[in-house]
Design a protein around this ligand. Sequence first.
Ligand SMILES: Nc1ncnc2c1ncn2[C@@H]1O[C@H](COP(=O)(O)OP(=O)(O)OP(=O)(O)O)[C@@H](O)[C@H]1O
Ligand SMILES: [Mg+2]
Length: 278
Amino acid sequence: MSKPAIKAEGLVKSFGATQVLRGIGFEVAPGEVFSLLGPNGAGKTTTVNICATLVRPDAGRVSVGGFDVTRQPGRVRAAISLTGQFAAVDGLLTGRENLVLMAKLRGLKRGRELAADLLDRFGLAAAADRRADTYSGGMVRRLDVAMSLVGDPAVIFLDEPTTGLDPEGRLEVWRTVEQLAAGGAAIFLTTQYLDEAERLASHLAILREGRIVADGTLTELKQMFPPAQKEYVEKQPSLEDVFLAIVGETGQTGQAGQTRKAGQAGETGKNREERRPT
Ligand SMILES: Nc1ncnc2c1ncn2[C@@H]1O[C@H](COP(=O)(O)OP(=O)(O)OP(=O)(O)O)[C@@H](O)[C@H]1O
Ligand SMILES: [Mg+2]
């Protein structure tokens, strides 16, 4: 196995009397999407913040890109990007200016070119020169994710990156995560959407009451439970299928001015799929 991009051992963290992490450890390899799952308040953001040098652990150690987060925080920061759970966009600047500023902070030369490319990829070209405080919540989120990609960081932390995004925005983030991982970046993703973790993560861990209670690939986690009985069902299109068929992945309606009427069955309605009973 290649050298881990993130290696955490024995992490302990309390806030006052609240013991959040009680000794957790995990490793993330380059090119891997690691998803940390857990209920609200489990300590996912705390773990991300420790790995990203924003919070000091009470005990334990983390290395990111081979650098120790408490002893070499500057080196760690140069190697990572972080999209926090709450957006870090400056509302007084335009989308383009936010991206160009990020490129400057990262010491990059082709800031305007990079900004134009990211604005295009994240469907923000038309709004590029409007102040970010006029953006919708989803647009701010897209810009926030785009900002974290400036400079091709080797390790990318995405703390609930798709919360509040519409289905197309989510797909764009998913495709981007897949491309970044294929390019060798290590991705640390937290999400409340299990379908998202199922699609993206090559490695998952579940955090509960301060400890990691499951850690492995999706296949390994599924093997922890006995196989369910198989049954065959008619597959109805999901709301996401309907939404994307009507709006289109580019955000344009199929035929101008036409309203699709419910009841016009599409091919997807005829599909059969194998499903486990719930
Ligand atoms: N700076 C802080 N001061 C005091 N308590 C904190 C602080 N940061 C986090 N906590 C507490 O630590 C616990 C874990 O919080 P954390 O934000 O890491 O959870 P999370 O798993 O990210 O939850 P969510 O799914 O809601 O985002 C919570 O009880 C939270 O109230
Ligand atoms: Mg959180």
